[in-house]
Design a protein around this ligand. Sequence first.
Ligand SMILES: Nc1ncnc2c1ncn2[C@@H]1O[C@H](COP(=O)(O)OP(=O)(O)O)[C@@H](O)[C@H]1O
Ligand SMILES: [Mg+2]
Length: 281
Amino acid sequence: MKACTRRSRPCSRTVRLPPDGIAGSPVTRAPSTAKMGGVTTASFGTSSPMLLSAQGVRKIYRTGAGEVWALRDVSIDVADGEFVAVMGPSGSGKTTLLNCLSGLDSIDGGRVMLAGRSLHELDDGTRTRERASSMGFVFQAFNLIPVLTAAENVEVPLLLAGVKPHEARTRAVETLARVGLGHRVEHRPNELSGGEQQRVTIARALAGRPRVVWADEPTGALDSESAGEVMDLMKELHDSGLTLVLVTHDPAVGAQAQRVIRMRDGAIVEDGAPAGARARP
Ligand SMILES: Nc1ncnc2c1ncn2[C@@H]1O[C@H](COP(=O)(O)OP(=O)(O)O)[C@@H](O)[C@H]1O
Ligand SMILES: [Mg+2]
């Protein structure tokens, strides 16, 4: 058992300290970029290879029936460019961990440092902007807006983040092409297969050029062939430099990560390479 293991894998990126963390102005930041078939993902290096460092994170849900300790002082580091799978039985706290590490949910103790900034100590507006500018999310339920086309679904978060409409459309179309949906940009979700819908959500997550993508059971609602395609895409994104934290029940999915964290009852009980780990290039 080695929860909170500091990994010493060398960072493959240009490393430069942005003066003001991940929310800094693009002018003052020094992005390293990875070109992925027409889509450029920006990554803003820090002086530490650790993108994320969480210490003693506690989450307690208070309900009428009493308290649920969903995270019991969890500590974990995630390196820039790492691909981490989070596994464990239903109810063990995987979704809660993802939501707390990404700042989607509040915490009741501990600290989450993301690129050198304490995520939960930021005010709501700043934290929301951090999420929009540096993170992408993929959920089991695709959460696409049914009346919008694939391209419009990908554009929504860009427009909300202030990207100009023309630029948002260009990026949406490019990113959909990147995930193999160049021929489906004008389709609505109900005109797409489950695997295609999940690829739209991946495009939506990527279009904001995040440095980390959080995925909660991204293959959970897919048949095995579509799940395989989605995982191939995830691995490609990881190989192009994206940091990926992915919750899964599926051992075959977990085996594709560099590192597997196992949770039980709100705690990390194992942290290491998956059996049959694939080698990094
Ligand atoms: N909003 C909530 N209110 C109360 N309890 C919750 C809430 N969300 C999750 N829980 C409880 O917290 C624990 C962890 O849940 P979750 O993180 O969803 O687990 P997992 O994703 O591993 O299935 C479970 O016991 C669950 O019932
Ligand atoms: Mg869950």
